[in-house]
Design a binder for this molecule. Structure first.
Ligand code: IPD
Ligand code: CA
Ligand code: CA
Length: 375
């Protein structure tokens, strides 16, 4: 079924619960000439689960806060349990081709002069972000013309009745890319009813004059791989022996301030907390076992959809920062090697609960209107 066509390039409706600065950052990212003929559909900001209360669900105004029991969380997985009608092989083929195209666009642009634009005071976008997204979209559309797509730069397009949703961050870590500072990548995931089935992240490593890439791929239940070799999270279970990574978004709000306090606290009690600037890549570092955990508030689905599956398939654990069941439309994420997860939550969950009780908005966001999901 074809979806509503909006005449503008911009996301036609942003989130009911989103702040004006959130929505303004989605506007006018790249010229409409770059994305000429897309069907645009809108987002649902708040996904109130209308039917009853699930595990420990609490309602707070427009927000739904799901507090899960430890047993439920134990068995909870972010990855999908089936691929439904589309064979996994086909999804992976598309994913691989799309990530190669994105990689080629970004690789062709490193060490070259950039055209930088601003979405916000410090939130950059380059022409490479848009070009990479277009190259990826061409592949996804060729394979699956009827799937729904959520791209960071172009927004929502495709068939909103589809249960498959492609989440694309064509260039994660744009600020690093713009400065030729290593740690940026191309992140793509395909979800079935809101749960990731397959994912890839291409990480750019090295630096000026010696760029290279490594590619992470995972499928639900099929393990996680880096450049074709299976990867696994670390087994460190002591905070004082651990190295962590976190991130700080462009919105300098209470969640941002709360994470600065967490940054200080964990820097004091661990081997250190890195801040690299590309969330998808940071999560892959957890999957690779070179850091024990990553967390951040207010990431978007395209930042997280691939990374969370890669971590889970590498044997790690994924929750929200209050410890609840995670889905890609949530506004906080904690991924870890699993064995250290509860120790991290002892410090991370209380300030997150405080944000919640202070009324900070943790409702789901960037969920395309009408998209049927289990989460
Ligand atoms: C950003 C990066 C960064 C994170 C920000 C994201 P972008 O993505 O992942 O690490 O801290 O919250 O928005 O804008 O470079 O694609
Ligand atoms: Ca990103
Ligand atoms: Ca991006």
């Amino acid at each position: 079924m074809a979806v509503t066509v909006s005449s503008t390039l911009n996301f036609s409706c942003v989130l009911a619960s989103q702040t004006s600065s959130d929505s303004s950052r989605n506007l006018g990212r790249i010229s409409s000439a770059a994305f000429p003929a897309w069907n645009r559909v809108s987002f649902v900001g708040v996904n109130l689960k209308s039917a009853g209360t699930s595990l420990g669900e609490r309602r707070n105004g427009t927000k739904v806060i799901r507090a899960s029991t430890p047993q439920a969380l134990e068995s909870y997985r972010v990855g999908a349990t089936s691929t439904e009608n589309v064979p996994l092989k086909e999804l992976l083929q598309c994913l691989e081709e799309a990530s190669v195209k994105g990689r080629e666009v970004v690789m062709a642009a490193v060490d070259k002069p950039r055209s930088v634009d601003y979405k916000g005071a410090t939130d950059l976008v380059t022409d490479t972000d848009g070009r990479s997204e277009l190259a990826i979209l061409e592949v996804v559309r060729k394979y699956f013309p009827n799937h729904l797509i959520l791209g960071e730069e172009g927004g929502v397009s495709g068939d909103e009745s589809s249960e498959y949703l492609w989440c694309i961050d064509p260039l994660d870590g744009t600020t690093n890319f713009a400065h030729s500072y290593p740690s940026f990548g191309v992140s793509i995931a395909v979800l079935l009813r809101g749960k990731p089935i397959a994912a890839s992240v291409v990480e750019f490593v090295g630096g000026p004059f010696c760029w290279d890439t490594r590619t992470y791929i995972a499928s639900a239940g099929g393990g996680a791989f880096c450049n074709g070799r299976q990867i696994h999270v670390s087994n460190k279970d002591q905070v004082e022996r651990s190295l962590f990574v976190t991130g700080f978004g462009y919105e300098h709000d209470e969640a941002w301030a709360t994470n600065l306090a967490l940054f200080k606290e964990f820097t004091d009690v661990s081997r250190g907390v890195r801040r690299l600037g590309a969330a998808a890549v940071d999560m892959c570092h957890v999957a690779l076992g070179i850091v024990e955990a990553f967390w951040e508030y207010r990431l978007k689905p395209w930042d997280m959809a691939a990374g969370v599956l890669i971590v889970e398939e590498a044997g790690g654990k994924v929750t929200r920062m209050d410890g609840g069941e995670f889905c890609v439309f949530d506004r906080s994420v904690l991924v870890s090697n699993g064995v250290i997860h509860d120790k991290l939550l002892e410090r991370i969950a209380p300030p997150t609960e405080k944000l919640i009780s202070d009324g900070f908005d943790f409702s789901q966001w960037y969920k395309p209107t009408g998209y049927k999901s289990e989460v």
